[in-house]
Design a protein around this ligand. Structure first.
Ligand code: F6R
Length: 605
């Protein structure tokens, strides 16, 4: 949802800004631009398209300045074009701004400004900001920014420069992420997200809503919304720059799929051991009457697995809510409701709003998130970190597996606490959990060849269906999402028993149907559904255990996963489906890491 960067120091700013933007390209990639200050002047270069186009344009320009800001855009207001790309200037070309977020009252502000004679050169909501700065500036830029943000309704992370003070950057945020990096002596950074400048520093200030940072090469000063200087703690990041690189893989997505066994080990470290599960890091409410899970996209599909897991292991009723719906509903949350928000980035606007609504209604919120220091991390009452390391590919893979594993851990911990799981059953289940990393490695090793073949076979199909029952249905939803978001093949997931109530009409000769059959108690039911689609000419790809002979006999293609206790099959099942989506997208020539119209961190509604 747009990435912003800033650098001020002793080196030429442009190459450093470009490096930062490259790391943030997952946040948006329809246009990009940078602005660099020098001698009371700010030079701006921007270009529609991916960052490479901007890089090309930069070759023929001389940007010598040592302070600058940059932006990679995911269009919200105004289609992708050079004109709508950031940074945006005021008319006199004195104030320059990059913005991540949405200014909801921009129409009203634009009208006011137009009536005063200001002329606009883009269709963006952002452009009101530099004009407002020009209107309010009275010798002190910080003061002007504070006045301007008072007028803004919506979400924003802003970086601002002024041509008369071209060696300073101001950064301010409201409901959009922003960090300030403290570099080696005489160099400082700002960015939407930490990986932008991990190569240069591990030390970051994480700005809170309303705070404003004044950043120059020599110092970083942070003020609250009343303009008083405040002291903030440095947040030291324990990710290293390499973790945010491709490390020899052709795409981040492939790397992140392969990182899953390790991610599973990390999430369980010091939490799960033979015979023991320790989640004392979380202060659970004494009594939990019901659980509400709130999340978007892949995180919500992990939540759907979570519902089955938690209900089976704890017997506490669980509801899963899409955050964008939840936030505009009037949910019934009691004081004994536990709300679990799930978010890789910790910045998804709808999920954050859901968290705030739940707290307003008196519920306690537990967050499952991957990003330490994110808004959701800071605002939730309790946090269980996913520890999956940086996830850069737009399509989520390792974070999903970590989310599902968190639900296994929560289910086992609460199930034991509630007295639902016996000591011996608990031990057996923990053993299953501890086997997951090893088994996940096996799944990758044993299935890569099969899924490549399937990608070859089905690369030209227009539609695909994914079916399953119970947790396998939740996995079908995630499998279908992976395929459609990166390969652009229309994929639908159905609860297998629901197909005959309408959707079966779409199944015809040669349509691929991925049938997930890992829940042993209901395999016969899945068999009937497989037969139903086969009878209509579907080509069935079954994901199941090697000993499930009847499914293997009926299916056209088999993806085998290692035998594991029913509820724990989720992580193993999703891996071949992620790989299948990856290789299909690759065959179709799609941009796997940066699918069209999408962005990694959805910080707008
Ligand atoms: C799909 C995907 C998205 C995200 C969703 C929520 O692969 O990644 O559907 O899951 O945008 O993002 P987070 O988890 O950051 O809240």
């Amino acid at each position: 949802m747009c990435g912003i960067v800033g650098y001020t120091g002793c080196k030429k700013a442009a190459p450093i800004l470009m490096k930062g933007l490259q790391k943030l390209e997952y946040r948006g990639y329809d246009s990009a631009g940078i602005a660099v200050g020098r001698d009371h002047k700010i030079d701006v270069i921007k270009k529609e398209g991916k960052l490479d186009k901007l890089k090309e344009k930069l070759k023929s320009s001389m940007l010598e300045g040592k302070t600058g800001i940059g932006h990679t855009r995911w269009a919200t207001h105004g289609r992708p074009s050079d004109r709508n790309s950031h940074p945006h200037f005021d008319e006199k070309q004195q104030f320059i701004v990059v913005h991540n977020g949405i200014i909801e009252n921009y129409q009203e502000l634009k009208e006011e400004l137009k009536n005063k004679g200001y002329q606009f050169s883009s269709e963006t909501d952002t452009e009101v900001i530099p004009h407002l700065l020009s209107e309010y500036y009275n010798g002190d830029l910080r003061d002007a920014i504070l006045k301007v943000v008072e007028k803004l309704v919506g979400s924003y992370a802003l970086a601002v420069m002024y041509s008369r003070e071209p060696e300073r950057i101001f950064a301010v945020r409201q409901d959009s992420p922003l960090v300030v990096g403290r570099g080696a002596e005489g160099e400082n950074y700002i960015a939407s997200d930490i990986p932008a400048f991990l190569e240069f520093t591990d030390d970051f200030y994480i700005l809170d809503d309303g705070e404003i940072a004044e950043v120059s090469a020599g110092e970083i000063n942070i003020f609250n919304s009343s303009g008083q200087q405040i002291n903030k703690d440095i947040f030291e990041v324990d990710w290293d720059a390499e973790m945010a690189e491709k490390n020899g893989y052709s795409h981040y997505m492939l790397k992140e799929i392969h990182e899953q066994p390790d991610a599973l080990r990390k999430i369980m470290k010091n939490r799960v051991s033979p015979g023991k599960i320790d989640l004392t890091e979380i202060a659970f409410p004494e009594r939990i009457d019901d659980i509400q899970i709130v999340a978007c996209g892949t995180a919500s599909y992990a939540g759907r697995v979570g519902k089955y897991v938690l209900e089976e292991l704890t017997r506490i009723p669980v509801q899963v809510n899409i955050a964008s719906e939840f936030r505009y509903s009037d949910p019934i949350l009691g004081e004994n409701t536990l709300v679990i928000v799930v978010s890789q980035s910790g910045e998804t606007a709808d999920t954050l709003a859901g968290l705030r609504l739940a707290q307003k209604k008196g519920a306690r919120v537990l967050a499952l998130t991957n990003v330490v220091g994110s808004s959701i991390d800071r605002e939730a009452d309790q946090v269980l970190y996913l520890r999956a390391g940086p996830e850069i590919a737009v399509a989520s893979t390792k974070a999903y597996s970590a989310m599902v594993t968190s639900f296994y851990m929560l289910g086992l911990f609460l199930g034991k606490q509630e007295g639902i799981i016996s000591e011996s059953k608990g031990k057996e289940m923990l053993q299953n959990l501890l086997c997951l990393p090893e088994l996940a490695s096996r799944v990758i090793e044993e299935n890569e060849k099969t899924v490549k073949h399937l990608a070859d076979r089905f690369q030209n199909c227009e539609h695909a269906f994914f079916i399953g029952r119970n947790t396998d249905y939740s996995l079908a939803l995630e499998g279908a999402l992976k395929l459609k978001e990166i390969s652009y093949i229309h994929a639908e997931a159905y609860a297998a028993g629901e197909l005959k109530h309408g959707t079966l009409a779409l199944v015809e000769e040669g349509v691929p149907v991925v049938a997930i059959a890992t829940r042993k108690g209901i395999l016969d039911k899945m068999m009937s559904n497989i037969k139903e689609v086969k009878a209509r000419g579907a080509e069935v790809i079954a994901v199941t255990y090697s000993d499930v002979k009847n499914v293997a006999e009926e299916a056209d293609y088999i993806i085998n996963i290692p035998e594991i206790e029913g509820i724990f099959s989720g992580v193993l099942t999703i891996i071949p489906l992620q790989l299948m989506a990856y290789y299909t997208a690759l065959k179709r020539g799609c941009n796997v890491d940066q699918p069209r119209n999408l962005a990694k961190s959805v910080t707008v509604e």
